[in-house]
Design a protein around this ligand. Structure first.
Ligand code: HEM
Length: 343
């Protein structure tokens, strides 16, 4: 008799747990989707996670593990290869785009998609920066910066500066790692900050670096040879290594947009006001775009007829990274000294 009662209590507890779980798990979706009226029938597949938290727990779990791809992989496994999914991340109802075609569509369409970085980023950056200025002003400033940053003279100057910083940092790491291992991710992030400081302030002295680094971390936390590019030439080979590094180890793994108006991608509705997350890492790590994507294999770029939109470490369209050439110089000089002198 007592055993029957115990089983009954256990069954009620399990049943209640399942009902509460199923209910709570749907609240976020009901809340955001019910506001859309008829449009809700045309949303892309996906799920919007827990109330308030959305899908952040599973996102963080994946990105803190050795295998960040599990986040997108599990979405694709559950909802198919549509390349467009609804989700709830970073506090907003959002749409993930994760195929070359859907990413390109969003990057190239300024009429329907504006920048979608969070309020904190927009406020911290200030009203006269690239993220906040009007379209015509952005175009004017971009043109001005392009000639300053990408001129031949500027790039030649960056080479010497970048070399100094890369050599000094590698020596520091080698000395420090004699006592205990260093954290590669953390150190390479500091290194990119040093490269930029050297360009902007002409110095990476310890005192300036530590004060800038502190601000950089605060802001970051707050926002969340001969240049012949033909096969056989060293320059061509180096470019393949750089592209492969950017594909596999790109730090900015997604770009943020926001739908300015209702938009349609592959027959699905992207509701006005929802964020659109251009998940470049999903594109770079998809075996349909790059075979054996986890392997570092520069030779994959030998006969690369990559489809447009399948290699987007620097974004695309009117907001494409202005520092591409500077970044490529940094990566190539770093790799040169790292591979040549260290194990
Ligand atoms: C490996 C290094 C780098 C990567 C992967 C990278 C990636 C990106 C991406 C993805 C965007 C577009 C963001 C969006 O569409 O929302 C961007 C924009 C930008 N990047 Fe970079 N970047 C790198 C290095 C640099 C450097 C070294 C500089 C400057 C010296 C720079 C300057 C800029 C600027 C000014 C923009 C804004 C362009 C605009 O809004 O018109 N980047 N970057």
């Amino acid at each position: 008799m007592e055993l029957d009662l115990l089983w009954l209590i256990l069954a009620i507890a399990a049943g209640s747990y399942i009902i509460v779980y199923a209910f709570v798990r749907r609240v976020n979706e009901w809340y955001h989707v019910s506001k859309l009226g008829e449009k809700r029938h045309f949303l892309p597949p996906g799920d919007m996670g827990w109330p308030f938290l959305g899908n952040m727990p599973s996102f963080l779990r994946a990105y803190r593990s050795n295998n960040p791809e599990t986040f997108i992989d599990s979405i694709v496994e559950r909802y198919g290869r549509t390349g467009v999914y609804k989700t709830h991340l970073f506090g907003n109802p959002s749409i993930i785009v994760s195929s070359p075609q859907t990413c390109r569509r969003v990057l190239m369409d300024d009429e329907k998609f504006g920048l979608g970085y969070g309020k904190s980023m927009t406020r911290l950056a200030g009203k006269n920066t690239f993220v906040n200025i009007a379209k015509s002003e952005h175009r004017r400033l971009r043109k001005m910066m392009t000639s300053l940053m990408i001129s031949h003279e500027a790039l030649v100057m960056y080479i010497g500066n970048t070399e100094d910083v890369a050599i000094a940092s590698l020596e520091e790491w080698a000395a420090a790692s004699k006592d205990e291992p260093i954290e590669f991710f953390c150190e390479t992030s500091k290194l990119s900050l040093k490269f930029i400081m050297r360009i902007l302030f002409g110095s990476t002295s310890d005192s300036i670096f530590s004060s800038v680094e502190k601000h950089y971390i605060d802001v970051h936390d707050g926002v969340h040879s001969t240049a012949i590019n033909l096969p056989g030439f060293a320059f061509h080979k180096a470019l393949k290594v750089i592209d492969e590094t950017l594909r596999l180890m790109n730090l900015p793994f997604l770009d943020f947009r926001e739908a300015k108006t209702d938009a349609n991608i592959k027959g699905y509705t992207i509701p006005k006001g929802w964020k659109v997350l251009i998940w470049n890492r999903a594109v770079h790590m998809d075996p349909e775009n790059f075979s054996a994507p986890k392997e570092f294999d520069p030779s994959r770029w030998d006969n690369n007829a990559a489809e447009p939109g399948s290699f987007i470490p620097f974004g695309g369209g009117s907001r494409r990274c202005l520092g591409i050439d500077v970044a490529k110089i940094e990566v190539s000089i770093f790799l040169h000294y790292f591979l040549l002198n260290y194990k």
